[in-house]
Ligand binder design. Structure first.
Ligand code: FAD
Length: 500
């Protein structure tokens, strides 16, 4: 059935996805786990095919992976996440790094239009951000590996047929991490379903693993650090730009239409100047995500290792998800009381906000990713002040020069709280550069471009103000945390200065 899809051009293929996506319109689609029949409709439309290599029945296309997710997210953001988890998080590492025998066993199952699901199991009740604290173990046994432990918050906890599971082994006096492809029936059990606030199409829960998997289902990866896990998460973090772009195109459209329809006093709500300011903020967020999505589509490649794009991906994830959340918040505020109503016939803002809320938390909490972005830069300053480095670094230099950005406030001993804030500022500078590039390469409207850049500059000024706030000596922060040694990254899982 999906064979017919293999000969289509990209535009014809995406047109098929566009034709089916309106069925999942979040204004009318039930807030419930996606039924298998509906997943079948989507797999038969080919949503998994761009991820799969041609020799396994796929279309093997980075750009199509992005466009499928962008299209679905415009109609139904949680569905965009649904497809992202299966394709960019779970199947991609199998495609890129699993051995031939494992690929032959698993990948064809996802090419035939069946409602197959694959999940990624990393987070545990005791650890999410600092995964070195994982307690799930693996050990060599006859015929393969035994994996035991508990994981929670996995997308598709109850419904995935296959899993990619991370585990550790401390047996030989040194820590080793491993990544395994596990069939649900080999010993993956859901102990307790979780009810999420949003993303209702996806099922979540607390899971127990006690499985023996054959040797060939271990993914060959350097076990000494968690760097391979960071690499595995690169694609989904980058994909936030595609989700943000689709989602915010919809939110912008909905918010404008609502404000034009709604009468407040003698005229439409959209005649109120502060309402127009909120609409401008929503539109600026959409523009920023469109530019980040342009970078994803034209400068990144999920079909290959992405660790070289580490800083760009950290910036994309944090900025895109912040923009999704802030625009959803503006939209909900504009809608007033009707925005607090589940299933309101006039707007989708309540659910949009609940769906967007978790984006700054999962897939690496934004606070941690911002800190890591600063660490990455500090490890490469070569004795220069951070602001000097940013003025010369290709990812930020064009924006610093074009807008004469004053980043001097970053040039001080950065404690942990500064590192998080500095990472945000660096990500905003990166985003300004991407808006500039997107505008130049697509001929975007100058007013739209200027507004997005002004909002990002205001965000940088906000970080500078927070640095000033910290300098006043806030109660509760204490003086115990020592400043980091200059130029030494804290985390062994981010790329070393010699790599990228
Ligand atoms: C809806 C949803 C879907 C998910 N899907 C999956 C999935 O499919 N597979 C999977 O394995 N996991 C999944 N997760 C787990 C998710 O990735 C983790 O929740 C996330 O990484 C954060 O880990 P944690 O919850 O343990 O929070 P913690 O690590 O306890 O962090 C909580 C908070 O502490 C603060 N914090 C932590 N570190 C820092 C820092 N360095 N600087 C400043 N502040 C910091 C931040 O405010 C952070 O938000 C999902 C979670 C949710 C809610």
């Amino acid at each position: 059935m999906t064979n017919d899809l293999l000969s289509l051009s990209t535009n014809e293929f995406i047109a098929g996805i566009e034709a089916i996506a309106p069925r999942f319109d979040s204004a009318t689609y039930p807030q419930q786990n996606l039924p298998a029949d509906d997943w079948t409709l989507l797999t038969r439309a080919g949503v998994l095919l761009p991820t799969l290599p041609k020799e396994y029945g796929g279309r093997d296309s980075h750009i199509e992976m992005c466009r499928v997710v962008e299209t679905l997210s415009e109609w139904n953001l949680p569905l965009g996440m649904y497809v992202t988890v299966i394709t960019a998080v779970a199947l991609r590492p199998i495609v890129l790094w699993a051995g031939e025998e494992a690929k032959q066993e698993v990948l064809p199952l996802y090419a035939g239009g069946d409602p197959m699901i694959c999940g990624f199991a990393s987070t545990e009740p005791g650890c999410g951000s600092a995964m070195s604290g994982m307690t799930t173990t693996f050990e060599e046994v006859e015929g393969g590996y035994r994996i035991r432990g508990r994981k929670h918050w996995q997308a598709f906890s109850l419904s995935a047929h296959w899993w990619l599971v991370s585990a550790k082994n401390d047996e030989h006096g040194r820590r080793e991490y491993g990544y395994f492809i596990v069939k649900r029936s080999e010993g993956f059990r859901t102990l307790q379903p979780y009810e999420p606030l949003g993303l209702k199409v996806i099922d979540y829960g607390l899971n127990e693993i006690d499985a023996v998997v054959p040797r060939h289902r271990r993914i060959p990866a350097d076990g000494r650090t968690l760097r391979p896990m960071v690499e595995m998460l690169m694609a989904s973090r980058a994909m936030m730009a595609a989700m943000g772009c689709g989602f915010l195109r919809r939110i912008s459209r909905e918010a404008h239409a609502y404000a034009d329809r709604r009468r407040i006093g003698p005229g439409p709500q959209s005649a109120i100047r502060f309402v127009r300011y909120r609409l401008a903020a929503i539109d600026a967020s959409y523009t920023v995500c469109a530019a980040l999505n342009h970078h994803l589509q034209t400068a990144l490649d999920m079909k290959d290792a992405m660790i070289g794009a580490f800083p760009a991906v950290q910036a994309i994830k944090t900025v895109a998800t912040e923009r999704m959340l802030s625009a959803a918040h503006h939209y909900q505020q504009l809608v007033g009381g009707e925005g607090y109503r589940c299933g309101s016939p006039t707007n989708i803002s309540a659910q949009a906000f609940l769906d967007a809320r978790v984006y700054t938390i999962f897939d690496g909490t934004n606070d941690l990713l911002s800190q890591q972005l600063t660490e990455y830069c500090l490890a490469r300053t070569d004795g220069r002040a951070l602001s000097r480095f940013l003025a010369e670094w290709p990812l930020t230099a064009p924006a610093v020069a074009a807008h004469r950005l004053d980043l001097g406030f970053l040039d001080q001993d950065l404690r942990q709280e500064h590192m998080v804030l500095a990472g945000r500022a660096i990500a905003y500078v990166f985003a300004i550069g991407q808006v500039m590039r997107w505008a130049a390469e697509t001929g975007a409207d100058a007013g739209r471009t200027r507004a997005a850049i002004e909002f990002l500059k205001a965000d940088i000024a906000g970080v500078a103000t927070e640095f000033g706030l910290l300098a006043t000596g806030l109660p509760g922060l204490g003086d115990d945390a020592a400043a980091p040694p200059a130029g030494v990254p804290f985390s062994r899982s981010i790329p070393a200065a010699t790599e990228a």
